[in-house]
Design a protein around this ligand. Structure first.
Ligand code: CU
Length: 151
């Protein structure tokens, strides 16, 4: 997706702010599966890297089968699908929740379904839609991990 330069500048400022204030996470390695034409996926990767992640980028031809293989419930689907410590990260999940997931053993994955404006990698000129980070438990139920209200 195209981003206006003002939005890009704001995103950069936000990324710099997060990078300078976040605790130095030890080298967290994450695999990201994405379609070749996904621009917002690349922006999400930049968000992770700005927060200390080491990203292994996988360009895929069939994201639907990748999601099936990794256990992403269709109701949770977004664009890219990542894997950290054997658990999936679906969509534009903020780095802080990815770090949380890496330490939790009660969840098989977390997701930001769809592509809400204002989530990391989906900056759109200051538009902020409300969204939640949803965890998928081992029992197959959804659990709200974080709530980002509209501003
Ligand atoms: Cu996206």
């Amino acid at each position: 997706m195209k981003v206006k330069s003002k939005g890009a500048r704001l995103a950069l400022l936000a990324a710099l702010f997060i990078a300078s204030t976040a605790q130095a996470a030890d080298a967290l390695t994450i695999d990201v599966h994405r379609d070749a034409n996904c621009g917002c996926c690349k922006k999400w990767i930049s968000h992770l890297e700005a927060n200390g992640f080491q990203v292994i980028d996988h360009v895929e031809h069939d994201m639907t089968s990748v999601k099936q293989r990794l256990g992403v419930a269709p109701r949770l689907a977004s664009c890219h699908t990542a894997v950290i410590n054997g658990k999936f990260v679906e969509g534009h999940v903020p780095a802080v929740q990815v770090i949380e997931l890496s330490k939790r053993n009660d969840l098989v994955g977390i997701a930001v379904p769809g592509m809400p404006a204002g989530s990391p990698g989906m900056e759109a000129g200051g538009t902020l839609h409300a969204y939640q980070v949803t965890g998928l438990t081992k029992a197959g139920t959804d659990q709200v991990i974080a709530d980002y209200p509209t501003k």
